[in-house]
Design a protein around this ligand. Structure first.
Ligand SMILES: NC(=O)c1ccc[n+]([C@@H]2O[C@H](COP(=O)([O-])OP(=O)(O)OC[C@H]3O[C@@H](n4cnc5c(N)ncnc54)[C@H](OP(=O)(O)O)[C@@H]3O)[C@@H](O)[C@H]2O)c1
Length: 283
């Protein structure tokens, strides 16, 4: 029996144990997935422990996704580009860091929604950790334009500067959070991604939409990365406007799918993992 787990702090709401154990049990693998709640001062010890033969790997979540990087031996290309790790593989004591948030975002868009990123015009709300992963995917997959909009504009500008350094063909620009300035871009974009936490359950913005009604139009695919609740206010507005929608649960499942495949080299049972995630969220 080998162990997998998740490190983060705090860890009350994680769905990773539910979806990963479902995939492990589907194949009857000799693995157990555990929750390792780890405050920042315990991270180095948790990483050292992971080098032991009884550990196969782990997921990494807030607040450790960046802090873990200097503690690892190797970074896979995308994790290096994004500057954040959410999955670690232990191979005979050597630890490699991956970023499957990026792959989760891309597979949800391409495999589930059938959306083509190449050539698209995207508007990204938010400039935090997940927006950085989204920006790297948009650049690598050949989006034509991507506008990053953030409440604190300096954070959007810093992200755009970092993404421009990657020398992709994507035209990145930053915009302050001003609906009048957003309106013309929203009217012509193909993809709108909410990378803010606005609308998330158990927060001050629960039930709120990041955009006013009337700003979201029918031509865009609207992807809300908030996964709890399953049906957010933004997705409701988008549906009312006649737009196609995608909920954050799809990305959550696909980042888990990618992690499972890295650890086990087996094709993850996507449908089962999604079913268990939806059950756990009551949707
Ligand atoms: N579906 C998935 O698999 C998945 C994966 C990762 C993350 N997520 C979700 O994505 C969201 C962001 O995660 P993250 O890791 O990027 O978090 P983060 O680094 O803390 O960034 C949070 C972002 O939300 C913005 N924000 C928060 N409250 C706001 C408000 N009241 N008004 C305007 N902007 C606000 C912040 O703007 P400022 O910079 O101005 O503060 C920042 O851009 C979370 O809800 C998370 O659950 C989903």
């Amino acid at each position: 029996m080998q162990l997998l787990g998740i490190v983060g702090y705090p860890l009350q709401h994680t769905l990773s144990p539910v979806i990963q154990q479902a995939a492990i049990d589907f194949y009857g693998l000799p693995l157990r997935y555990e929750v390792w709640e780890t405050p920042p001062e315990g991270l180095a010890a948790a990483v050292e422990r992971l080098r032991g033969p009884e550990y196969l790997g782990m997921n990494v979540t807030v607040p450790h996704k960046e802090a873990i990087i200097p503690l690892l031996d190797r970074l896979e290309r995308r994790a290096r580009r994004i500057g954040a790790v959410n999955t670690v593989l232990n191979q005979r004591g050597r630890l490699t860091g991956y970023n499957t948030d990026a792959e989760g975002f891309q597979r949800a868009l391409e495999d589930e929604a059938g959306f083509t990123i190449a050539g698209c015009r995207a508007v990204v709300l938010g400039a935090g950790g997940v927006a950085r992963a989204v920006g790297v995917v948009l650049a690598e997959a050949g989006a034509a334009e991507a506008t990053i909009v953030n409440r604190h504009p300096e954070r959007a500008q810093a992200l755009v500067r970092a993404l421009r350094r990657r020398r992709s063909n994507t035209q990145f620009q930053a915009l302050p959070w001003d609906e009048a300035q957003m309106q013309p871009l929203l009217a012509r974009c193909d993809l709108l991604v909410n990378c803010t936490s606005i609308g998330m359950k158990h927060t001050a913005t629960e039930g709120k939409s990041p955009l006013s009604a009337g700003l979201v139009l029918a031509q865009a695919l609207v992807f809300d990365l908030v996964y709890n609740p399953g049906q957010t206010a933004l997705l409701r507005l988008a549906k009312e406007a006649g737009a196609r929608t995608l909920g954050g649960i799809s990305m959550l499942v696909y980042q888990g799918v990618a992690a499972f495949e890295i650890w086990t080299q087996r094709q993850a049972p996507v449908g089962l993992m999604r079913e268990r995630a939806c059950e756990a969220l009551g949707i």
